[in-house]
Design a protein around this ligand. Structure first.
Ligand code: GLY
Length: 394
């Protein structure tokens, strides 16, 4: 580290305290979350069992967010070596293997979020063969969603759904690492080719010239022609949904990690540079970047947590060490704000790690609550900052 970087390096004592508090909450959730899967977000600060739906009982492994729980367990185990946490993490493989075998709620691109954390990670960390097989089955399901000639992975719905046909969303960048892993583990290039095509299409069309992003974008599935951008969870079609921008920062940077395509790193930096210009005084973004201090709108702490991981990832890849230091310093400032003001470290009644997230403001779902992905990426951000040897799950 240069003398200048050394002087700038802040103490991490407060983050170590935050990590201990977060892991204590994870440990405290093990008994309940082994019996049932929590809902996407808290209700009044506490997680409840996932609601029964589509023929699945209450607390079943459905939806896009259940993998964040095993992800938290693996982070907690790596950081503590606690056998009870390891047992809980390994136990999760049963449910995810069963889900992919029985075909429960698989019509989604979110297989990447779900199976990278629940199954690729135990394969990598403890050599669990059943987890590897389940992750490969999930990657094969994801490949079915790759649409030619558009060159994109359809995000939502079954492939005949007229509303969702040809639509992808920026969040999907976090799902393609499952395909890079499948290519690496099987040697089959098709997974990797699809991942690169999809990322390139998003770079060209979902990333706008000013460094902002659309949440979603439609392609003509017959001609492959790009059609139009639109939002689903942002304020307006033309505004910039904060979490989408954070998914772009981290997702494009991970694309660069896997294929070393410079335009992917450039895309990640453009997303990051815009995101950083829109942060309020306490560095935790409002739910849409159109809003700033004085707007009276809600923050999205989960967007902030994802952005921290994205900034650390970008910093790992930029050659110019002054630029890398700037991204790390920005990440540290956001993470410090989360740890000191947004975490539940001093609140024994909350079962989330972070407060003040927003799931879907237009639909009024999970507003000013904790959520599973915010918790996961907050714990990942702390792991990245506190453990130089932490190896990415993505
Ligand atoms: N991937 C869905 C969301 O960020 O809300």
């Amino acid at each position: 580290m240069s003398a200048e970087a050394d002087r700038a390096a802040p103490t991490t004592d407060h983050l170590a305290v935050a990590w201990d508090a977060a892991v204590a909450t994870v440990r405290g959730n093990i008994a309940d979350f082994t019996a049932w899967y929590p809902d996407d977000t808290t209700t009044g600060g506490a997680y409840r069992p996932r609601s029964a739906r589509d023929g699945q009982p209450e607390g079943a492994n459905v939806g896009w967010t259940t993998g964040f729980w095993p992800g938290m367990l693996w982070l907690a185990w790596e950081g503590t070596g606690d056998d009870a946490v390891l047992r809980a993490a390994r136990h999760q493989v049963d449910s995810f293997a069963d889900r992919v075998t029985r075909g429960v709620d698989l019509d989604t691109h979110d297989l990447g979020f779900l199976y990278t954390l629940s199954c690729v990670t135990p394969w990598r960390l403890v050599g669990d063969e059943r987890a590897r097989d389940a992750a490969l089955a999930a990657a094969d399901h994801l490949m079915v969603r790759f649409l030619e000639p558009a060159g994109i992975l359809q995000a939502w719905g079954d492939l005949t759904d007229p509303v969702q046909r040809g639509r992808t969303i920026i969040d999907s960048l976090m799902n393609v690492p499952l395909l890079y892993w499948a290519a690496g583990t099987t040697g089959a290039r098709a997974y990797r080719d699809a991942a690169i095509r999809h990322t390139e299409q998003l770079r060209r069309h979902i990333l706008r010239p000013d460094g902002t992003t659309f949440h979603t974008f439609y392609w003509d599935v017959d001609t492959g022609e790009p059609l139009r951008g639109a939002t689903e969870q942002g304020h307006q079609d033309g505004s910039c949904w904060a979490r989408g921008q954070a998914w772009g920062m981290y997702g494009f940077a991970l694309g660069y990690r896997h294929v070393r395509e410079p335009s992917f790193l450039d895309a990640a930096r453009r997303c990051a540079d815009y995101f950083l210009t829109r942060l309020p005084a306490d560095r935790v973004a409002y739910w849409d970047l159109v809003f700033t201090d004085g707007s009276g709108q809600e923050r999205d702490s989960s967007a902030a947590a994802i952005a921290v991981c994205g900034l650390y990832e970008i910093a790992d890849h930029v050659d110019d060490q002054d630029v890398a230091l700037r991204y790390r310093t920005e990440a540290d400032a956001i993470l410090t704000s989360l740890a000191t003001t947004y975490s539940t470290a001093h609140d024994t009644t909350s079962t989330s790690l972070l407060r003040h997230g927003v799931y879907d403001m237009p639909k009024n779902v999970g507003v000013d609550e904790g959520n599973l992905w915010g918790d996961y990426f907050y714990l990942e951000a702390l792991s990245r900052r506190l453990r130089a040897d932490w190896r990415s799950y993505w």
